[in-house]
Design a protein around this ligand. Structure first.
Ligand code: FAD
Length: 287
């Protein structure tokens, strides 16, 4: 099913789950575990499963392998993420052909961040817009794009960032998924500004139920994502208890998503970190 059809019906919230291709040691076991988790996610019948991609093609083979396996085994549409940064035109052409041959119909089109450990960085495609322009001319794929309620670090202002999102829409993007955020007010402000700027495609919030304080600290430190001091301290309190942190993460994400649905978003994109439990509990709490 194509993205435009998935988000056409506005009767029930559209839930999508993001996973990443496992890497490193014990790969076989990690992939098996991912499939176990995906089988659990499947019980909730997500509208789609998205699969992340290592910028510069660092995990191309595992990513494609996972995408292929998922496409063969899941009923839900599988949407690979794809980043164009540092990749040659030829590489991009081949990749797109390959996923279309697998029967994939949707892609999350991204620029990506330049990897630090790369020998040659091609400059054939410099932004998501350039990738999108290629996709619309040379493929049948429908494409989703990224959005940043707290502004992309490279953008001069939130308004400039929204102009880029508007341009992506005008070039055919069907839906935008946001960067993870914990402060709904940022999203409401962003959403209203998007509407004022003429963005009409669904803007779907990216929600991550916290499962460890270390992970929360890293997100806040790396991306500068805003989080209420009290919420941060709340998670800090449970730093030494995984079970309590997971419970608190579900509780926080359930409240957050409930409010977002009341605000009127069409769906929710769950950053699952390859674990089904918390996202499924959140959905159970809000539906
Ligand atoms: P672009 O849209 O090209 O640029 C991002 C912003 O930078 C623009 O909105 C614009 O404001 C500004 N900008 C762009 N070009 C210029 C310019 N020339 N001058 C000034 N400002 C400019 N990364 C991965 O590596 N793999 C993934 O699987 C992945 N999945 C993601 C999924 C989601 C839902 C999101 C939100 C992000 C994801 N990312 C992923 C991260 C993403 O690759 C980075 O945020 C990257 O820095 C920007 O990609 P983009 O497609 O938004 O780029």
């Amino acid at each position: 099913m194509k993205l435009s059809e998935i988000y056409k019906s506005q009767k029930a919230p559209v839930f999508s789950f993001e996973v990443f291709p496992p890497k490193g040691e014990n790969l076989k076991k990690k992939v098996e575990n991912l499939f176990i988790e995906l089988a659990k996610m499947n019980e909730q019948k997500p509208a789609l499963i998205s699969v992340t991609y290592g910028a510069g093609g660092s995990n191309k083979n595992t990513s494609l392998e996972i995408v292929k396996e998922l496409t063969n085994h899941l009923k839900q549409p599988v949407m690979p993420h794809f980043t164009c940064v540092c990749s040659s035109r030829e590489y991009i052409e081949n990749y797109i052909k390959e996923i279309e041959q697998m029967g994939i119909t949707n892609i999350l089109a991204l620029r990506g961040d330049e990897p630090l450990d790369i020998d040659v960085c091609y400059r054939d495609f410099k932004s998501a817009i350039e990738l999108i322009e290629y996709l619309r001319k040379h493929s049948e794929l429908e494409f989703a794009v990224a959005a940043y309620p707290e502004k992309h670090p490279r953008a001069k202002s939130l308004e400039d960032d929204i102009l880029v999102l508007y341009k992506k829409q005008e070039l055919g993007a069907k839906v935008a998924y946001t960067q993870v955020f914990f402060d709904n007010d940022c999203f409401y402000n962003f959403f209203d500004k998007c509407t004022d700027a003429g963005v009409k495609i669904p803007v779907i919030p990216g929600v991550m139920p916290i499962t460890s304080f270390k992970q929360l600290k890293r997100i806040v430190e790396l991306s500068g994502t805003k989080i209420d001091r009290k919420v941060f301290e709340y998670f800090e309190k449970y730093e030494n208890s995984k079970e309590d942190t997971i419970k608190a993460g579900v509780e926080f994400a359930s409240k957050q998503t409930q409010k977002l649905l009341e605000f009127g978003v069409l769906g929710m994109h769950f950053y699952t970190l390859n674990k089904a439990k918390s996202s499924l509990e959140v959905i159970k709490n809000i539906t």
